[in-house]
Design a protein around this ligand. Structure first.
Ligand code: AMP
Ligand code: MG
Length: 536
């Protein structure tokens, strides 16, 4: 055979598309982007709107490798033209998906890709399908009253966080590129009557699929069971082949699997301190991926009631500590949607009832890993963990620092208080650390040390194991904002540096200590650093 020996590389023009989603599911008959209700269809064909002067700010080499692209391909002007939506490649079949969703607990009807346009599914040399999606590439039939565009600040945040999450080992959609459009976009950042022009940008995202719970919900809400059945079949065939063919029994098993994936995702968010911020059912991936990085945030001081989303500041529906519970609620909406295909409620209800167990099991395992325990022994460790999580919010304690430094706490000390030394840097306000609090932390650390000493291997290898699950580097909210400010000044170095640091979140990177520092005081109340709105 004379097949290319260089199997690891394809040029932009050699990308191979196999558009299963558009080929196998019904399309909207119209192809204009006038805003409308789209019925009996899973998507609408639509073209990206060209942009004036695309300029590449950053790209992920790991994401490019998923498409078999190399740095030399990215360096070509054609790259920015394609991934800003100015040029479509042969084989692409651009479209926007139709979905609905429950927003903040209420059914919102049709939403859909209002500013996301799928370009098509690339098949890489491993045979994997990767859907390419441009976010901010112009209006679609689903744009409702909005412009279909995205601004730099939200695009940079999505780009960096997608890749940071990937390197943390958290399931996520991926981001290939961040491109400035060369155009300005009007936004009222805090919805307070102060609109201003901001730089526009386009992010190219990658995922095996961008299907959300809401894609199923909209069809069920409209009573379109034919299309619903087709969508479930296509989803199972391509993304969960172990459950094919999609008989009612298999659909149930698939649903249970989706519950498991979702529970595991929640555990991963809790592990790294991530708050999604808008867990509406249209932002829940059917593949159990983190999807739609909007007003997300990272816990700085450990506060389970914290949400970065100013729109949710009153209700705190989507705060850190409620995410697992909200995922359960969202899964119940998915169950409602697929119910007509199963025609029985009892088995769906039973699966939903098992969710807390699924979640708790993997949460316990995760917490054991975070503490360096070989196994989680419920009889003793439940209390140990609960007491720690109740103690942390009593004073401002940086979550990332605390768990990272916990690995350095000595087991054997002269006085219990000595165990606190490695943790001192985790506390934001040393003056809060009075005798009473010191005593509480010391007592907890003494129990922790005892528990570790009871393990057959005591503390051996603890630090190495803990450092694999407790990251040193996360995309702290203020770091993303600093990178946004710099790109606004035409300086792309910080975003690229952060991208590089976040490729190795669990490693010590002595030259990069500044990016591991806890939030500086100036960032405490600065918009973009601790408070974000849905405006993007
Ligand atoms: P999100 O809050 O980003 O998950 O978006 C919720 C819905 O609003 C989705 O249907 C989006 O496509 C739509 N949307 C958000 N921003 C825009 C925009 N600038 N133009 C059009 N649609 C938008
Ligand atoms: Mg969304």
């Amino acid at each position: 055979m004379t097949r290319a020996l260089n199997v690891s590389h394809r040029s932009l023009e050699q990308l191979v598309f196999d558009n299963r989603f558009t080929r196998e599911l019904p399309a909207d008959a119209q192809t204009t982007n006038t805003r409308r209700q789209v019925e009996k269809a899973c998507y609408s064909r639509v073209q990206p709107t060209p942009v004036q002067a695309p300029e590449l700010v950053a790209y992920s080499k790991e994401a490019a490798a998923l498409l078999d692209l190399q740095p030399k391909d990215v360096a070509r002007p054609a790259f920015s033209q394609i991934f800003s939506g100015n040029t479509l490649l042969p084989g692409m079949d651009s479209h926007a998906m139709c979905y609905g969703g429950h927003q903040f607990g209420n059914w919102a009807g049709q939403l859909g890709d209002g500013r996301a346009i799928n370009l098509g599914e690339v098949v890489n040399q491993q045979g994997e399908h990767w859907m390419l999606q441009l976010k901010g590439a112009g209006p679609t039939p689903y744009s409702r009253g909005a412009d279909g565009l995205a601004v730099l600040r939200s695009s940079l945040r999505e780009f960096l966080c997608s890749e940071a999450m990937y390197h943390l080992g958290v399931p996520t959609t991926r981001a290939l590129s961040l491109i400035l459009s060369g155009e300005s976009v009007m936004r009222d950042m805090f919805y307070d009557g102060h609109p201003a022009l901001e730089p526009g940008a386009v992010v190219c995202r990658l995922a095996p699929s961008f299907l959300r719970f809401g894609n199923f919900e909209i069809l069920a809400a409209r009573g379109d069971l034919t299309t619903l059945k087709q969508l479930v079949e296509v989803t199972i065939n391509h993304h969960f082949p172990q459950f094919a063919p999609a008989t009612p029994e298999h659909i149930l098993a698939w649903f249970e699997h989706v519950c498991r994936l979702t529970a595991q995702l929640m555990v991963e968010w809790l592990r790294v301190g991530f708050v999604h911020g808008v867990m509406n059912t249209d932002n829940m991936s059917i593949l159990g991926l983190t999807i739609d990085y909007g007003p997300y945030g990272w816990l700085e001081d450990y506060d389970p009631t914290w949400t970065p989303n100013t729109t949710d500041a009153m209700g705190r529906r989507y705060c850190f500590g409620r995410q697992a519970q909200i995922a359960h609620w969202n899964l119940a909406r998915l169950a409602d949607a697929i119910h007509p295909l199963i025609a029985q409620s009892a088995p769906l209800e039973e699966i939903l009832r098992s969710y807390p167990h699924l979640f708790t099991q993997s949460w316990q395992e995760m917490m054991a890993n975070k503490l360096g325990l070989q196994v989680f022994i419920p009889a003793t460790d439940q209390r140990l963990v609960e007491d720690l999580l109740a103690l942390l919010p009593q004073i401002e304690t940086d979550m990332t620092h605390f768990f990272r430094k916990l690995a350095e706490v000595p087991l054997v000390v002269d006085r219990d208080q000595d165990r606190l030394a490695p943790l001192m840097d985790a506390f934001y306000q040393p003056k809060q650390l009075d005798e009473n609090i010191r005593e509480k932390f010391s007592q907890w650390l003494a129990r922790y040390a005892n528990r570790l000493c009871e393990q057959p291997e005591a503390g051996r290898g603890r630090k190495e194991r803990m450092n694999l699950v407790n990251p040193k580097f996360v995309l702290r909210n203020y770091l993303a904002q600093l990178a946004i400010d710099k790109v606004g000044e035409g300086d792309f170095s910080l975003v690229n540096k952060l991208l590089e640091v976040l490729r190795h979140p669990y490693e010590e990177q002595p030259d990069m200590e500044e990016f591991a520092r806890k939030r500086p005081e100036w960032a405490r109340y600065r918009p973009g650093c601790s408070m974000l709105s849905c405006s993007s």
